[in-house]
Design a protein around this ligand. Structure first.
Ligand code: ADP
Length: 444
């Protein structure tokens, strides 16, 4: 299709992409920082090019180095993975102008959906429900006060360019509004380089449930059901599953239809995810769209039997969506635990050398990772070092399988959050499916 694909990422997702490319008969070129010379993605790709020093700003986020690598490798396409440059519209535009196919939607769509204000407007236009909000960016505290009277407290101040669970401020009272507003703008500017914020109603104890989308350039869009992602720490997911116990077939159809409608309305092409908050009355509200493959895509792969990475590459090459909506079948239950190199109690990252490693296996156990024995987990990047994914006929069996796999997983030399995941697997509320976004904070 593309002859050669350059993978502008590292870690488990780079390895995952290389595997998908191999199965599709595509040659691969990895890029790596000086720190990642011995990384698995560097070794597994057909070729590899160094793009700069360890610091991501100088390597995995360095647009000119990556574009030079594309030219040297003569790659026909570039896969951005998740994180790094995957949702950077300016980078996608550079790819478009350099004649390399960016595996993802167009820069125009990334720009539209990457800004939370324009994305919400598109959702509203497509008839997808959103929480009461300011309906535009808020420029000063007077305006913030007026809007707060309309939407009420508690409310959340969000950075339009926010992401990764950062750039949000929860405000409980009118007295705290002005100071939170200024702080939110300052933080948004320093983290995202864009001070723009807006106000949104804060939903009490909702669930985070998202819909996976596949869309082709011929106008066909299907959804692959939902993922339950309510187990979060500081608004960052740490465990996901499919299906959600809370979603009945009727709600699945409604959320799926809304997501398909939105993608059709904006002319979306590729894989994507629409994220929703769902309240206790099963009302759902559009939160944002991720225009890339997500960390948690494997749970959907497990319950649908569809290889999302391979489909993503095929869609980028102009292929049609592989099946019709009514042909999508859901079977069994899948759970994913994000294994992080961090202290399970303090959450402080724990980089260093892995001195002993035993990876769990057996039927229904999948480990997506780039670590190996004697590998040194660098301190420069995301602390997630593996994804442990299980599949079983029922949720009950999936929990048992995950417990046993977590107990088998043996990583020496660094600390990991495996004990935290084991605690979740044994938690009565978790077992009962009583999971809302405050789940982990109930423990502290
Ligand atoms: P990001 O782009 O940083 O991931 P999101 O808008 O996706 O930000 O929100 C991340 C998380 O923050 C959600 O999963 C949810 O837990 C929480 N959150 C966001 N908006 C609201 C809201 N209006 N009410 C309650 N929780 C919210």
């Amino acid at each position: 299709m593309f002859n050669k694909i350059l993978i502008a990422n590292r870690g488990e997702i780079a390895v995952r992409i290389i595997r998908a490319c191999k199965e599709l008969g595509e040659r691969t070129v990895a890029v790596f920082s000086e720190e990642d010379r011995d990384a698995l993605h560097t070794r597994l790709a057909d070729g590899a090019l160094c793009i700069g020093p360890a610091n991501s700003a100088d390597s995995y986020l360095n647009v000119s180095s990556i574009i030079s690598a594309v030219e040297i490798a003569d790659a026909g396409a570039l896969h951005p993975g998740y994180g790094f440059l995957s949702e950077n519209a300016a980078f996608a535009e550079v790819c478009e102008n350099s004649g390399v196919k960016f595996i993802g939607p167009t820069s125009q769509i990334i720009r539209l959906m990457g800004n939370k204000v324009s994305a919400k407007k598109e959702a509203e236009r497509a008839g997808v429900p959103v929480l009461p909000w300011s309906e535009k960016p808020i420029e000063d505290e007077k305006e913030a006060l007026e809007v707060s009277k309309k939407i009420g407290f508690p409310l959340i101040i969000k950075a339009s360019s926010g992401g990764g669970g950062r750039g949000m401020k929860l405000v409980h009272t009118q007295a705290a509004l002005a100071s939170s507003f200024h702080l939110a703008r300052r933080e948004a500017l320093s983290i995202f380089g864009d001070a723009e914020v807006f106000l949104e109603k804060y939903c009490i104890k909702p669930r985070h449930i998202e819909i996976q989308i596949l869309a082709d350039e011929h106008g066909n869009v299907i959804h692959l059901g939902e993922r339950e992602c309510s187990i979060q720490r500081r608004h960052q997911k740490i465990l996901e599953e499919a299906p959600s116990l809370f979603v009945d077939p009727k709600l699945r159809e409604k959320m799926g239809d809304a997501s398909v409608k939105l993608c059709k309305a904006i002319g979306y092409v590729g894989v994507g995810t629409i994220e929703y908050l769902v309240d206790e009355d099963k009302k759902f509200y559009f939160m944002e769209m991720n225009t890339r493959v997500q960390v948690e895509h494997p749970v959907t792969e497990e319950v649908t039997g569809i290889d999302i990475l391979k489909e993503q590459i095929k869609l980028a090459a102009g292929h049609k969506v592989l099946m019709k909506q009514k042909e999508v079948r859901f079977k069994g239950h899948s759970i994913e635990c994000r294994i992080n190199a961090e202290d399970p109690n303090t959450y402080v990252p724990s980089p260093g050398k892995i001195t002993e490693l035993y990876v769990p296996g057996g039927p229904g156990v999948r480990v997506d990772t780039a670590i190996y024995c004697n590998y040194k987990v660098p301190p420069h990047y995301d602390p997630m070092i593996a994804k442990l994914i299980v599949y079983a006929e029922t949720r009950r069996d999936a929990i048992k399988k995950m417990t046993s796999a977590l107990e088998e997983f043996h990583i020496e030399g660094i600390k990991t959050n495996i004990p935290l995941h084991l605690k979740i697997m044994k938690d009565h509320d978790y077992i009962a499916g009583d999971v809302t976004i405050d789940f982990l904070s109930r423990w502290s």
